[in-house]
Design a protein around this ligand. Structure first.
Ligand code: NAG
Length: 341
């Protein structure tokens, strides 16, 4: 009897914790299609959905809708980990529905077991979460009828009409488009063990162009070409090399993408990923925008605007994120959001 009581108490505590951990969010304004949206293509956007980045995901969605001429033509695909208990998943769905009651959104469950044995520890623990690898499996997670998807990280704001990015011409054979950064030191993304191994390093010799760094937080993916090219298996191959043969890189899910796609991605204008606003992976210091126009602000790196704002130590650019914050604060006025609507 006593054992049962203890078990019940433990279950009740766990349930209360799981339910209580998610903060409350307020409802975003409804965004409607403008004139000229008849026949607009459906834009498919994939993002992850988890408790840690929920606040960032919701502000990202708000930013996309706020700047789209045809917001009702956007279909969101949220990817949640199968490792989340049903109760947590229900809470995530509730938060999503509270913020965006009429949003066309599907929640896909990513089987975290697919990557469990393939993740090697990186410089930052947040990069080692299985859900961080879900972008590798979008071609399997999304229905076959979806032939193109825009993958967006959960720490960014879109401040332009996402239809412009969606319309990227991938040319005759690219499976992936993203801004490239050819001035970044490509060598530094891989270890000496990689570069000194002829079989590994020779993979870059037959690429269309010299390989360049690109950030995997913003990608336009042709899912038909991805499926035909078997890219998921190619990415998994490098994860297995890293795990079982030699430590060939230090970051998380990014280097496998470089190994498979660098030199063959379709370049997108830099305005679509002004990344690094979260500083580096260790200190998360304040950063400035890169020169040039801005269509997307990305707080990649350790520092996240909601954490810095909550801590009372925001960076100057975090002020741009604050108006998109849907977190409900007790007793606070909702006046910041009015500036966005
Ligand atoms: C690029 O990075 C590698 C490895 O970290 C380093 O040895 C090399 O000197 C760097 N090259 C330049 C031009 O900075």
């Amino acid at each position: 009897m006593r054992v049962l009581a203890v078990a019940l108490l433990a279950a009740a505590v766990l349930a209360a914790e799981a339910a209580a951990e998610l903060p409350e969010f307020r409802e975003a304004p409804a965004f409607r299609n403008g004139a000229g949206c008849a026949g607009a293509p459906t834009i498919h956007i994939a993002m992850t959905l988890d408790a840690t980045y929920l606040r960032g995901s919701l502000s990202g969605v708000l930013s996309v809708l706020r700047h789209a001429a045809c917001p009702e033509s956007i279909a969101f695909h949220f990817v949640a980990s199968s490792a989340s208990p049903a109760r947590r998943l229900a809470a995530l769905r509730r938060a999503l529905a509270a913020a965006f009651p009429t949003l066309p959104a599907t929640v896909h469950r990513f089987d975290a077991r697919l990557v469990r044995g393939k993740i090697s520890t990186s410089v930052r623990r947040a990069l080692d979460q299985p859900l961080n690898y879900a972008r590798i499996y979008l071609a399997d997670l999304l229905p076959r009828s979806v032939s193109r998807v825009l993958y967006l990280d959960s720490d960014l704001l879109v401040v332009d009409d996402v239809a412009r990015l969606w319309a990227t011409d991938l040319g005759p054979d690219a499976a992936l488009a993203a801004p490239e950064y050819c001035h970044a030191n490509f060598t530094s993304y891989f270890t000496d063990a990689f570069w000194s191994h002829p079989e590994y390093s020779s993979i870059f010799t037959n690429r269309g162009r010299a390989p360049c760094y690109f950030n995997t937080g913003v990608m336009v993916i042709d899912l038909d070409r991805w499926r035909a090219g078997g890219y998921t298996v190619k990415l998994e191959y490098w994860m297995e090399v890293q795990k079982q043969e030699a430590r060939i890189y230090e970051l998380g899910s990014l280097p496998p993408f470089l190994l498979v796609f660098a030199g063959e991605v379709k370049a997108v204008e830099h305005r679509w990923n002004q990344h690094g606003l979260g500083g580096d992976n260790v200190a998360g210091q304040c950063r400035e925008l890169h020169p040039g126009p801005v269509s997307l602000l990305h707080w990649s790196g350790k520092g996240k605007p909601w954490l810095r704002l909550d801590a009372g130590r925001p960076c100057p650019l975090d002020a741009l994120w604050a108006p998109y914050d849907l977190l409900r604060r007790r007793g606070a006025r909702d006046d910041l959001l009015a500036a966005v609507a």
